[in-house]
Design a binder for this molecule. Sequence first.
Ligand SMILES: [Zn+2]
Length: 334
Amino acid sequence: MSLPLFPKYGELIPELKLEIWRQASLSPGVHYFHVKTRIDNLGGHVRRIEITPSGQVDSDPSVWRVRANIANIDKHSSDVTKKLLEGPSAKELWRPKRGKNPSAVIDCDNDVVCIRFHGPIYNPLIGRFVDFDKLSGIKRVAVEYKKNWTHDVPSYRTLIDPMFHCLCVNLVHKVTCPKTVADFIQYFPDIEVFYFMVKLTSPNIKPPPPAPRGKKRNRQGVVKKEGDQQPEPAPAESRTRTKAAQVISETFTKLRDIAERNKLETFEDKVNTYCEAREADTTCLTMHDEIWEVFGELKDLWRLIKLIKTKVPSPYQLREPELKVLVYTELHKR
Ligand SMILES: [Zn+2]
């Protein structure tokens, strides 16, 4: 990023300059990382992991890249980002092997870390996992919810395993395997919140309910008002795109307003705005039932594990973070 952002920047009072950098540093923010597993040859369990950024500079919207860029612009930008990059809750998740590129530093207290996990998920506390320090400190962990997790057979067409590939023996789940989700959570010693993240796209949003009696929808699906002029019909393809964009925008605006009113969590990255959506508010999503069923089964599983633990002392501590849903889109806040 280069100075000046706008020509009058130099004339601003320091408080305004600081405010500009506070806004630009996107806190609380969202970061994306790949986590690749290395399997132990002896026991067949995950022994080590490798964390790498998800994508390159242009394709990765992670906030650590934005903050690293603005940190060196001037004294004010450096003052604001220092707290996020060097404060007690800062954690370096990745460092480039060579060159001058910045390290990936996150703010553990406030940021969300979205994990793209590659490899089978075993309970790391039962295997001989030795890399807990790499993931320690992270309090908010997210994964992108994918509908195809319900199918336990890997897709041979793409040769990509679903992230929560079920390893249970003689057990078929209706939804994503709760055991695998529980085991995934165990990789994060300090996890406080686990999120399923859903991008608002046309396939992820349920179609709107039928128009109220006596009212008609126009071609964009909007209920006509008295005296409305029928707009010029657009070409079919662009009409579909316009309608899709409108539905996404309306859905997100509604969820964001609810989040604001109820002081729910919101986050940002370079291109997206994220907001927490409660169970009562995610009914507009096509995967609503699936997601809350997985969460329900996960809580049942935790109850069962604790019940067993009272009879047989378990060698490990069970991590039970809060379970939440984050919806996001490229639309920006007001
Ligand atoms: Zn399973």
